[in-house]
Design a protein around this ligand. Structure first.
Ligand SMILES: [Zn+2]
Length: 321
C-alpha cells in the first residue's frame, strides 16, 4: 500500500550559467572496454568518428559503444539537480524536466496502456524513475509501484513528494527479491549504464515468469540516425550515452537473458512546441529561428502535441518460464 503525501512541489533550482551544466572533467578517469558487453567480442572498428565521441562497433554483433568509458562513479555525477534543468539539453540532460510533467505523464499513460496489453497490473519497478512521473501515472492506473535511480536528487524528490518505495543506485547492486515483479520499465536508461547486459539479466531475475520488461532507447539503426549522421541528437555530447543499440542488438540481449521479444515499435513523446523547436534548431537552425520568433509572439510555447521522430525504439519483452 503506497501512501500519497501530496506535499507542495518546489521548482527546481534555476541554472543560469554554462558552468552549471553537468559536464565530466576533461581528465576524468576512463577505462578501455576490452570486450563487447553483448557478445564478448574483442575486435572493433571506429563508428562515425566525425562526432568525436570515440565510438566503436563490435565487428561480431554490431553493438556500438564509447570505446573508453568514464568510470561509473564519474558517469553518475552527471545526474545532479542541474541534469534535470539546464540550458544545454542538446548536449546533456533536460531543459526543464519538472516543468514537462504534464507531457511526461501523457507519454507514460500511452506506454503503460501498451504494457497492460501483455500483463495484468501488479507490482511494477521503474528503473531510472527520475522525478517519479511514470511511477505516479502507473499508480493511478492501478499498479503497485517502486522506483530506482542513480540520482540521489531524483530519489529524494520522489520520496518527498509521493512517499513511494525507492532505491538509490545501480539496479545490479540492490539485492531485490527474485521473481517478485510483474513489470519492469526502463525508459531512456540502458544507453546510460556501464553494464547494460547485467541490467537486462537482473531484470530477468526480478521478473516472474511471464512478466514484462519494456525499455526505450535511441535506435542507432533508425533512418533518422543514419540520415543525420554525426549530428544525430541520440549521440548527445557530454558522455551521458555510452551504449548505442539497434533492434538487432537489443533483441539479442533480451534473448540471451531469458526473454522473448513480443513487440517492437518506435515511440514518440508528448512535447511542447518550444521543446520541439529547440530540437529542430539543433538540426536546422535557419528553419527553427523564425519559427521560434513566431512561437514567442503567439505565446504557443506550452501547447503540446505528440511527436514521433522514429529514432527511439521500444522493446517489449516477456520473461520466459
Ligand atoms: Zn559484440
Amino acid at each position: 500500500m503506497t501512501i500519497r503525501l501530496h506535499l507542495p512541489y518546489e521548482e527546481l533550482p534555476m541554472v543560469e550559467t554554462l558552468s552549471a551544466v553537468p559536464h565530466l572533467a576533461e581528465d576524468v578517469s576512463r577505462r578501455l572496454i576490452s570486450a563487447c558487453n553483448l557478445c564478448g567480442g574483442t575486435t572493433t572498428a571506429p563508428y562515425c568518428p566525425q562526432n568525436g565521441r570515440g565510438l566503436v562497433q563490435c565487428v561480431s554483433c554490431g553493438l556500438v559503444y564509447v570505446g573508453q568509458q568514464p568510470d561509473a562513479e564519474a558517469l553518475y555525477t552527471l545526474y545532479s539537480a542541474n541534469y534535470f534543468k539546464n540550458d544545454h539539453s542538446g548536449e546533456v540532460g533536460y531543459t526543464n524536466y519538472a516543468a514537462d510533467e504534464p507531457n511526461i505523464r501523457k507519454t507514460a499513460h500511452k506506454r503503460l496502456a501498451h504494457i497492460e496489453r501483455f500483463v495484468p497490473r501488479g507490482r511494477l519497478l521503474d528503473v531510472g524513475c527520475a522525478l517519479g512521473f511514470v511511477m505516479d501515472v502507473a499508480h493511478e492506473r492501478g499498479w503497485q509501484v517502486e522506483g530506482l535511480d542513480v540520482s540521489q536528487f531524483a530519489i529524494e524528490t520522489v520520496k518527498t513528494r509521493w512517499g513511494y518505495t525507492t532505491y538509490h543506485g545501480s539496479l545490479t547492486e540492490q539485492n531485490l527479491p527474485s521473481a517478485a515483479y510483474d513489470a519492469i520499465t526502463m525508459y531512456d536508461v540502458i544507453e546510460h549504464v556501464p553494464d547494460p547486459r547485467a541490467y537486462v539479466q537482473e531484470a530477468a531475475r526480478l521478473l516472474r515468469a511471464g512478466g514484462i520488461c519494456e525499455l526505450a532507447t535511441p535506435d542507432i539503426g533508425s533512418l533518422p540516425a543514419r540520415l543525420t549522421g554525426k549530428r544525430w541528437i541520440g549521440y548527445k555530447l557530454a558522455d551521458e550515452h555510452v551504449y548505442y543499440f539497434s533492434v538487432a542488438t537489443l533483441t539479442r540481449m533480451f534473448n540471451d537473458a531469458g526473454f522473448d521479444v513480443v513487440y517492437v515499435r518506435h515511440v514518440g513523446k508528448h512535447v511542447t512546441l518550444r521543446l520541439f523547436l529547440d530540437r529542430l534548431g539543433f538540426y536546422v537552425p535557419l528553419l527553427a529561428r523564425p519559427l521560434q520568433g513566431l512561437e514567442q509572439r503567439l505565446q504557443l510555447s506550452q501547447r503540446s502535441f505528440y511527436v514521433n521522430p522514429l529514432d527511439i525504439v521500444a522493446i517489449t519483452a516477456r520473461r520466459r518460464s
